[in-house]
Design a binder for this molecule. Sequence first.
Ligand code: C2E
Ligand code: MG
Ligand code: MG
Length: 571
Amino acid sequence: MTTPLRVLLIEDSENDAELLLLELRRGGYAPEYERVETHEGLEDALARQSWDIIISDYAMPRFNGLQALKLAQEKGGDIPFIIISGSIGEDVAVEAMKAGAHDYLMKGKLARLLPAIARELREARMRQERRQADETIHRLAYIDAVTGLPNRVRFHELVQEAVVAAQREQRPIALLLMDLDRFKDVNDTLGHIRGDSLLQQVGLRLRSALFAPDVVARIGGDEFGILLARLAASDDVQKVIQKIHDCLEVPFTIDGIPIVVETSIGVATMPEHADDADTLLQRADIAMYRAKQMASDYTVYAPELNLHSPERLGLMAELRDAIEQNQLVLHFQPKLELKTGRIVGNEALVRWQHPRLGMVPPDQFILAAEQTGLIAPLTRWVLIDALSHCQGAGREGIRLRVSVNLSARSLHDPHLPKMIADALAATGAAPNQLMLEVTESAIVLEPKRAEENLMTLSRMGTLLSIDDFGTGYTSLSSIKRLPINEIKIDKSFVTNMLTDKKDAMIVRTVIDFGHNFGLTVVAEGVETKEVLDALTDLGCDVAQGYFISKPLPSELLKSWFSTTPWKLPRG
Ligand code: C2E
Ligand code: MG
Ligand code: MG
């Protein structure tokens, strides 16, 4: 039985080489060998094939063992390297071992060769196995199995390293977090295998669109992380985002099915938004959530978006209890019909009566409630309280419709129609007493799901209003298709319409637009009599705002009813 052995001999003497080979054959090896004696020869042999062991002479006319060792380490990796010399002194031997030779032998003592080779081969095999195990562990721990890209853990490390390097070299870096919109639909309708295949293709396109030093990672289900560590200036981010959009624009084809991928990208840059990796990641995440919420292509972080401050996180922990313990209160803001001077409804606006912080406005907890899964219980609470109030006023002879705001999450929740039906049943209110306000951007976020819910609700008999109209991206076709009753011109246009020509034009256009579609047009944010008059002249149907009344808690609304000069829908 002979063992094949690929031996690279670095030896100027043909005779010495023969002796070595003889010894190897005696030990049961079948050497497949090559003899080289120069730098070039060695380099060439290392490049051509892999070797089990290198046995090198120490002193040769044009080369020596240490130079050979260095080259082998550079080009050959971790091949066992044994130096054999007729003249090697103890000092040189020590130097060779220090430089990384695995063993050294004297030419006259070749008996030691076979045990040395056996040992070195065994150890090389062990090193190899350990390396493979390390690689497997590394792969499992750091590489996403679906796309082959770095995973979340690795991405964090890379961001950390990039932050340190960028700070040292005083360069900017940018972090992009990208989420695929409606990826869940792909998974649900086409199955996980096709979903995975889509993720792979997205990964490939991103990888080929970006430069090699840019990191592309898959950091969650449908989330990709992109690290731009070689930016000339923070402004260059725009160009990269454009490239990303361009590369994803062509529909993907999965098993012949064309799939359009839309994304929401959140951007945070250093030094502008953060000076450490965690903050940078967290802020890009906040920006991404906002981009998704606003259905915009990308959002750059801004401090106003930061709902994750420690105080806010604390608040979120308390919100669940707050809902159960009735710390939420509704304020109601009356809506005035301009043609008749009659109050025709009111809008329920939620507040949190916090035991320590006092009255917390909705802007400070609605978005975070959406992110933490508390929006469903919150919406349920608001619906029941608003409808009970509506019924209470009805019993006192004032029949008012109540408007309730729905957040994007609620709008896309398949349980929404049932939640509303239950609230109507629990309070005994009629469906047409309830008007639901949704924003344009919430619809655009997932139009199909929004549409299904809104159609069901319309069949149930509730009414629908598009809130903050003019700030989103409503397409004419969705206005035509959806069962809309009312649009509310956003207060940012209304409040300044007398001083800002553009705002005035938008208000006029929206009023005409709404009327062309047979919709009731409401102006919100009416703060003065002058604006109210101007809106009346323009033919606006309904006004809401501080000039008529601020949002009021229900007891104050009752006294407002008894003193207001406006007509009330009694009966
Ligand atoms: P929105 O639905 O557009 O509500 C109108 C906001 O404008 C209210 O702010 C209201 O107090 C304020 N406002 C009313 N009249 C005037 C005025 O004349 N001038 C000015 N400058 N502002 C006026 P609020 O109550 O802070 O609510 C903010 C937003 O929070 C609401 O905007 C709505 O999107 C959301 N929200 C409120 N309650 C709820 C709720 O129960 N559920 C959900 N999902 N969102 C809610
Ligand atoms: Mg509203
Ligand atoms: Mg509004």
